[in-house]
Design a protein around this ligand. Sequence first.
Ligand code: GCB
Length: 642
Amino acid sequence: MSFLQQTISNLASLRILNTYIQINLLDMKRLLIIPFFIFTLQVYAQTQTLITNVLGRQTFSLNGKWNYIIDPYETGYYDYRYKPFDASPKPSGGFFLDRHQTDKSELLEYDFNQSPTLIVPRDWNSQDDKLFYYEGTIWYRRLFQYSKNNPDNRVFVHFGAANYETDVYLNGKKLGKHIGGFTPFAYEITSILKEGDNSLVVKVDDKRKREAVPTLNTDWWNYGGITRDVNVVEVPSTFISDYFIQLKKSSKNLIAGYVKVNGVKKSQKVKIEIPELKSTSEFTTNDSGYVKIEIPLKKLDLWSPSNPKLYQVNISSETDKVVEKIGFRTIETKGSDILLNGQSIFLRGICIHEENAIRGGRAYSLEDSRMLLGWAKELNCNYVRLAHYPHNEYMARLADEMGILVWEENPVYWTILWDNKETFDNAQTQLTDLITRDKNRASVIIWSMANETPVSEARTNFLKNLAATARSLDDTRLISAAMETHTNPGKPLTKIVEDPFAPYVDIVNFNQYVGWYDGLPEKCDQITWEIKYDKPVMISEFGGGCVQGLHGDAQTRWTEEFQEDLYKRTLNMLSKIPQFRGVTPWILCDFRSPKRLLPNVQDGWNRKGVIGENGTKKKAFFVLKNFYNQMEEKYSLKEKKK
Ligand code: GCB
């Protein structure tokens, strides 16, 4: 906000306060909201604060049971003239005020205390049959007591994610609004927090919107709610808010990055220690609280899937200290090769949705991550594609420990509004927040900009701008996107991969479904490829559906045998691509999708998993595992021969 806007808004709020006191006794329902009220929202809503590595801070968990009110008409948000209650300095109503019925004659039409509870973190759809198909607003309320460990400390409330639009209020004051269903956000509550009882009210709205990211149409369940951890985070008055500590591009012995501090003491000494390497380096942050760092290291044990080595890194300043385990590796491409620590690698992957098929609903915990990545390991994967949006933070952290390379993806899916500036800003923010959160994870090697987006000039510009953003934030990782194939008239068996966005990516990835949406599996045997790029080529999706436990011959759709045959033929077909350096079949587990309507077969599930909804492996699982065993051997022989 400019100085002028700020002044207008402050003046406005004073005038409104006076007006409010005078007309307070009027029937509130009839109160006309004067335009000034609109300005004052800005006085309350603050910007989000970045806190990297929340798991490494002093936190107080707000996970658990929260009271909730289903509010399809958003009665707690808009008055009867459809004006938001929270646009006034002394709001006249709204559920966020969380008032208690002290005067029995007062008209109150909600009561959190009498309302049922939902578990946080978890989507709402899988917690109550009534909410299974619900898309709209739900209000959450959590009472908590808090007393600071140190009176000078600052306190924040941090959300791992909530889908999709979230308004947050503490003790009746608005903290802010967050847009986007899969990225973290935090607000400072230092001055609003009370010693003793506090009421945190959160409005979550998961209505799909045309201009949103993702847009209206997706092939996955639109799980609503506070889907990830909520924590109160306490930090010193000037704290280390962010740091980037990774090997400099192409270097195996030089760390390059930055440290940022937030608070009044902007310029201060910062120390980075890696005790196991006996490395200590000191820097001084500038007047903006920022310092670039470079740390030369000797004898670094590089991180890789076969050696997921993590070092304890201590980041301290004069006022704060954070500890995190970080791995160091390089990732590059050279011609059609992907080089991990300088060695050519084949990415043996699988796509994963953030869903726990067995329990139902969104995956959100370390245990869920263990289950999903454990299955990927059983497949002999060294890589996973976390589709189609940023997954919870535990996934990449566990991948760091387990030695699994990771593709992370922005939810730019299918038919986004390419020409809409707001939509671009939204996509850019989500991408930025993802990179910010996971930039210190050695496991993460690819930032994916989008999935299966229809080629047009506007779309390519949109993606180019996103790619430029990603490179400016992090030049150490590879950029990609899941693109598509096409054929030319008269040559239906020649699949062409040619996309105006391809020149801007490091790895050419495409989805293809020959044998499922495109002919029968036998068609795979006849396909030839035209891919002119001198870049690594990976297949970001292939597959077909089958019901786990349904058997028949390989010509009968939905049987395990059909899927098994399709996998064998597809892997054979893909192996003919000279630049073939990795694949992520679609998908690890069957997942819920409202688009999948075939009774007794799909019943609301996309059945393309190599594992069924009950956790049982299908026949195709073993075809893939076998292929990966062979690829592992082939690549280790290649490296030995060198
Ligand atoms: C795709 C999409 C994925 C779908 C899948 C399918 O190409 O990227 O989100 O779920 O196909 O099953 O059709």
